[in-house]
Design a protein around this ligand. Sequence first.
Ligand SMILES: [Zn+2]
Length: 258
Amino acid sequence: MTSRQTPAIVLQVRDYGEADRLVNFLTPDAGRVSGVAKHAKKSRRRFANCLEPLNRVIFHLSPCPRGDLEFLQQGELVNSFPNLRRDLRRLAAAAVLAELAGELSTPPETTGAIFRTLNQALEHLDAGADPDSLLPPFLLHILQLGGYGPRWESCRECGREPAPPLYFSVPRGGVVCGACSRGAAGPLLPLNPGAWKLLRLAATLPLEKLTRLRFPPSQRDQSLAVIQNFLRHHLGRNLKSWAFWEKMTRATSGPGSR
Ligand SMILES: [Zn+2]
């Protein structure tokens, strides 16, 4: 049986039958892949510390005789991002980004870039990046790579440079100006000029410059509301990890903090 190796970021792990584990992971060449780790519950040596969500690993795979599953022969841990796991907000931001990357990494020409983007985000979060400023631009970047980039530069109705008050039209996938907002397709979400400028900039910056952006709380909240509603419109549901992010954000944004 031919075996091959691939870099991977673990997305989900669950029990599979008595002894096995079913692992969902992101790869640069094939996007999201599911594999069965045989006897992983008993024999931990072949997968020492590998089968944790968000771990960066090398998997040795062989094709399964039937279905879309692969057999996982063994794994080697590359990075478990230990610092990221010590901060629940950074962990929640990482979970949201990983889930979106898994959802959108299907067209083969984009899987490598989506893998690199998620890996960069995990490395930055592990190095202490502020999740409030990291999450919106990295979500946008993954959306763009997946072919769902919202449009910021001109009003989706009149095509002009948008003048405040600005709104985001969820079904039109972009900004609309105040004058056009009456006839525009809704839901419409308010967008303050600061958030609009940051999102517009985030959409044009290359990956390595995304961490230069700073999103203060009001800009963060509006930006994430826009992205969340836009995602729900396209996926038909919320990302599961979004509730975790919101819970962690509420827990740390009480009076006197942030
Ligand atoms: Zn307009």
